[in-house]
Design a protein around this ligand. Structure first.
Ligand SMILES: *Cc1c(COP(=O)(O)O)cnc(C)c1O
Length: 244
């Protein structure tokens, strides 16, 4: 069964890569200015390894435990791991050694926890600050004001490299609401960037809205569902032994 599902996976990957390139060109940007991060939370390790074998070098997970388990048992070609979902402070120390980029830093308390673990482990983690700009309740992320404060106070976290901003579009409102949120993130970045903190990365856009995000300046799009359509996975997210 591995062969047919792999070819469907490769087709999906090519399709998404083409759409990314076309959206970039439409926006007058170079396709190389947009990185695709494959979010593997819906599939098991074999499918993730097939994705890496097909050329995906950036893989992301939304749950730290899933990231540890995948990364620790990885048998595919080398990849860079990203965490895109909530990071609890008691999971920071085990997560830092694996991750290239943490997209979802949403509080000063979390920055404090990352700072102390990074100092102890002699690491310099790269992070994005997650912004909550859509006005929806119950979404994680910091307000524009909180992000401004973090950047003004960044001397408190000398071991952390703040590389940019991340956001999620609202669940309601379609492409128009998504576009407004993405534009707001870019404007916030433009307002807050400085020589010391250029905030080069804008992580925004998922399967349903990545083309809109690219038109609004995304440098990283986080793609899950669109890659796995029609692919029969080796293991579901809800498999019994995930309960770490
Ligand atoms: C699941 C997830 C994605 C990918 O979403 P799709 O709609 O499946 O492409 C991106 N970002 C975050 C934070 C996620 O949790």
């Amino acid at each position: 069964m591995a062969l047919p599902s792999r070819s469907r996976l490769e087709e999906n990957l090519l399709g998404v890569q083409q759409r990314i390139a076309q959206a970039a060109l439409r926006a007058g940007r170079s396709p190389e200015s947009v990185r695709m991060l494959a979010v593997t939370k819906y599939v098991g390790p074999e499918t993730a390894e097939q994705l890496a074998a097909a050329g995906c070098q950036d893989l992301g997970e939304s749950r730290p435990q899933r990231l540890w388990r995948l990364a620790e048992n990885w048998r595919g070609p080398p990849v860079r791991w990203h965490l895109v979902g909530r990071l609890q402070r008691n999971k920071v120390a085990r997560t830092l050694p694996w991750t290239t980029l943490i997209h979802s830093v949403d509080s000063e308390r979390l920055l404090d926890a990352i700072e102390s673990a990074a100092a102890r482990l002699e690491l310099r983690p790269q992070v994005l600050l997650e912004a909550h700009l859509s006005g929806e309740e119950s979404k994680q992320g910091m307000s524009a004001d909180e992000i401004g404060e973090v950047l003004r106070g960044r001397g408190r976290w000398p071991h952390i490299a703040i590389q940019g901003l991340m956001t999620m579009a609202p669940l309601e409102g379609g492409q128009e609401a998504a576009r407004e949120t993405f534009r707001a993130l870019r404007r916030l970045r433009d307002a807050l960037r400085s020589e010391e903190t250029p905030l080069a990365e804008l992580s925004m856009g998922m399967s349903g809205d990545f083309e809109t995000a690219i038109e609004e300046g995304a440098t990283i799009v986080r793609i899950g569902a669109a890659l796995f359509e029609g692919v029969s996975s080796d293991e579901s997210d809800e498999s019994p032994e995930t309960g770490l």
